[in-house]
Design a protein around this ligand. Structure first.
Ligand SMILES: [Zn+2]
Length: 245
């Protein structure tokens, strides 16, 4: 049987549109997660009641372990988009994430803005991360989230050539710069509830790491994850994003 991931068919996948964009439209198309102009990517399907917690820019030795402890309390599995360059010094932590049943995705090697990188660089960033993650966890990585959400058609084409399904999001706030966990959780709750009213699942981004700081203080983000779990665990179904593929 052909894996749905290999064929790029996910239930939360958007459609593709054309070329010939003005400069403003180019910026919109390459950075805005809702834009489909630069190719289809998985956001979230029409499955109200389903929530995917996703965490970017780890592994972070200071905060990822705490997050794993919280997730296990709720018996919830999440999706972790890891930076390849950060995994080398955190082999045990990466293995711990995988062993707990969470999904691991490729978030590039160095958090490069891939919408501006040469194709050779894009391929190297993704391939090196794929190979490194596979060596550490022993299985092939199938999910990819572009750093900053930045992409152009070549980025998604190269990702798919490497067996990766591009994943964006539809629920995010500036958790990396917000010191109050309560405010992060409140803003995300508002977005999640609004998506649900429109009949959508929520693909939620939080940051357990920082692409500028390998040991960034992510106490607010990690605490916010706990608040969301406390709020939704009884009434909603938490899934890993591959459940939508
Ligand atoms: Zn990132």
């Amino acid at each position: 049987m052909i894996s749905p991931l290999a064929t790029g068919i996910c239930v939360g996948l958007g459609a593709v549109a054309g070329a010939g964009l003005a400069a403003g439209a180019f910026t919109y198309a390459s950075l805005w997660p809702g834009s489909r102009i630069f190719g289809a990517a998985l956001t979230a399907p029409a499955r109200p009641g389903e929530l995917a917690l996703t965490f970017d820019d780890g592994p972070n030795p200071a905060w990822t372990p705490r997050l794993l402890d919280i997730l296990v309390q709720y018996e919830v599995r999440a999706t972790f988009f890891l930076l390849g360059s950060r995994t080398i010094a955190q082999l045990e932590l990466v293995r711990r994430i995988a062993a707990a049943g969470h999904k691991i995705g490729n978030h590039s090697w160095s958090h490069l803005n891939l919408s501006r990188a040469r194709e050779g660089q894009v391929r190297e960033e993704l391939e090196r991360t794929n190979d490194t993650l596979q060596q550490i966890i022993g299985t092939q990585v199938k999910l990819f989230r572009p750093p900053f959400g930045a992409r152009r058609p070549a980025v998604f084409r190269i990702a798919r050539e490497l067996g990766l399904e591009p994943v964006l999001w539809n629920a995010m706030t500036s958790d990396w710069s917000e010191p109050s966990a309560e405010r992060i959780a409140k803003k995300l709750t508002k977005k999640i509830d609004s998506l649900e009213r429109r009949g959508r699942a929520a693909n939620i981004v939080l940051h357990d790491g920082g692409h500028r700081d390998a040991a960034a203080n992510r106490e607010p983000s990690v605490t916010a994850a706990g608040l969301l779990l406390a709020h939704y665990a009884m009434s909603h179904r938490f899934v890993t994003v591959d459940a939508w593929c």
